[in-house]
Design a binder for this molecule. Structure first.
Ligand code: DX5
Ligand code: ZN
Length: 216
């Protein structure tokens, strides 16, 4: 299975954001992960449309937008218009996931759903066939730099089994506490896309940290 790393810019230096995005643009990372937090779904506020627009301008990488907001269907289309390639909303925040998926796809992007550590994979099985991506949170969403929760790998394995058995065209992504130390077991469990924030941006060489995750 091909391995993808999606560095999360939540841990970037926002005073030098263009520099950091250009650095990622020159790295081997294929994706860039953008965390959108509304201060309601999660107890933190990150960034919004103007910053996202600036990121889109600075890189041609795949933009993976992780919406940690209530009522994501209200803004999903706008994120596509601002240049998201993937729009990933939270199952727990959305009353009608099927409608949100359809709207994201109609706007021209790939659709993903994310589940918090306490949400079982069974919650999304009903509409898994319609998804391009499922994101398993391996920390409580809201902040970078937290410790990886090992039980998330059981959820990844369960999803991998269903996706493979049914032949669905759906990527598995994991987010929270990923570094070169645990990347191997994460990919081996069936993850396609590993998000990494602090382990990349706190490294002496972020570009090397990305390579180390891919080669773990
Ligand atoms: C947390 C965000 C993550 C965060 C990951 O809610 O969704 O994308 O940036 O940060 P690390 O890799 O430091 O756990
Ligand atoms: Zn994220």
């Amino acid at each position: 299975m091909t391995r993808i790393v999606a560095p999360s810019i939540l841990s970037a230096d926002f005073g030098n954001l263009e520099r950091d995005i250009k650095m990622l643009d020159r790295s081997v990372a294929e994706w860039v992960h953008i965390d959108i937090m509304d201060g309601v779904f999660v107890p933190n506020i990150s960034l919004g449309f103007p910053v996202m627009k600036a990121v889109r301008k600075a890189t041609s990488k795949v933009l993976d937008v992780h919406l940690m907001i209530v009522e994501p269907e209200r803004y999903a289309k706008r994120f596509v218009e601002e240049g998201a390639d993937y729009v990933v909303f939270h199952h727990e925040a959305c009353a009608d996931p099927r409608a949100a998926i359809a709207e994201i796809k109609a706007a021209g992007a790939k659709a993903g759903v994310s589940i918090k550590p306490g949400t079982p994979v069974e919650a999304v099985l009903d509409y898994l066939s319609e998804l391009d991506l499922v994101l398993v949170m391996s920390v409580e969403p809201g902040f970078g730099g937290q410790s990886f929760m090992p039980h998330s790998l059981d959820k990844v394995r369960a999803l991998r089994k269903v996706i493979d058995e049914k032949g669905y065209n759906c990527l598995i992504e994991i987010d929270g506490g990923i570094s070169a130390k645990n990347a191997r077991e994460v990919y081996d469990a069936g993850v396609n896309v590993a998000v990494a924030g602090s382990s990349v941006f706190n490294a002496e060489s972020p570009q090397q940290a990305i390579i180390d995750i891919l080669n773990a």
